[in-house]
Structures are given as structure tokens and as C-alpha cells.
Design a protein around this ligand. Structure first.
Ligand code: CUA
Length: 155
């Protein structure tokens, strides 16, 4: 009889864990829904049609592309001006690096990627609630790594 009790207890714990994980993702109002990528020539990044002047582009009803260049020790955009997207939008991020490997993490969410010179990390995020999120570099990239940060605002 105790075996059944333990089994039931284990099941309750498992369901509880899944609930916590699901609530954690939904509670942040951000959900990273896919992950793919491409390549780019890092030596001509400044002349690239998108990464030469990186920023936000509207691509459809509630649809946006955000191009981000990471470099020692800033996110462009993100550090000197925040990335601003409307509530309820679906945003595809395209993230690359100009010099060394960086990270691009939207703090408190599962939106998180490495930014590697020559590669474009792409992922799509739905922003369901307004709020402010920090951006952090989570790959050691040099003396200013610990101050490499930015902001994302869901309006
Ligand atoms: Cu950029 Cu650490």
C-alpha cells in the first residue's frame, strides 16, 4: 500500500515541476518559440544591408525583425538606446557579433543565444505583456564583459 502512496507522491511532484516551468515561461510574458540561423561576413558587417545599421523593422501586422550587432562592449541597438517593441508583437531577432563571441540574453526569459562572428543567431519571441527587460552578455568577451548590458522595452 505504501508503494502506491509513494508513486502518487512522485506523480504530484512531477506535475508540480512541469507546472512551475510552464508558469515560469508564461509569467515572464516572453516565449522563445524557435531557433535557427545563417551566416554573415564579419569583415564587411558595416556595409551589410541589415547589420550595417542594425535596428527594428516592421515586417507585417504585429511582426518585427530586430537586427542586433554585439561588439565590445555594447549591444547595437540595446545599450545606447533600448530595443522597443509593442506589446502583442512577434519579433524575430537576428544576432551577430562584430569582433569576438558574445552572448545575448533577455534577462528573466528563455530568450538567450550566443553571438558568434560570421554567424547569425535567429529566434522568434512573442511579447505578450508590457515591461522592461535587461539584456546581458553571458559569454566572456574581454575586460568590459561585466558591464556589457542593455535594455528591451515592451510598450
Ligand atoms: Cu560581450 Cu561578454
Amino acid at each position: 500500500a505504501y508503494e502506491k502512496l509513494w508513486l502518487a507522491l512522485a506523480l504530484v511532484l512531477i506535475v508540480g515541476f512541469i507546472g512551475t516551468i510552464t508558469y515560469g515561461a508564461a509569467g515572464a510574458g516572453i516565449d522563445m518559440i524557435d531557433d535557427k540561423g545563417g551566416t554573415v561576413d564579419p569583415t564587411t558587417l558595416d556595409d551589410h544591408p541589415k547589420f550595417g545599421d542594425p535596428g527594428i523593422e516592421k515586417t507585417g501586422e504585429n511582426q518585427y525583425d530586430v537586427y542586433v550587432v554585439t561588439r565590445q562592449f555594447v549591444f547595437e541597438p540595446g545599450t545606447t538606446q533600448p530595443i522597443r517593441v509593442p506589446e502583442g508583437s512577434t519579433v524575430t531577432f537576428h544576432v551577430t557579433a562584430a569582433d569576438v563571441i558574445h552572448g545575448f540574453e533577455v534577462v528573466g526569459t528563455n530568450a538567450n543565444t550566443m553571438a558568434i562572428p560570421g554567424q547569425v543567431a535567429e529566434f522568434t519571441v512573442e511579447f505578450d505583456e508590457p515591461g522592461e527587460y535587461g539584456l546581458l552578455c553571458n559569454e566572456y568577451c574581454g575586460s568590459g564583459h561585466h558591464v556589457m548590458e542593455g535594455k528591451l522595452v515592451v510598450m
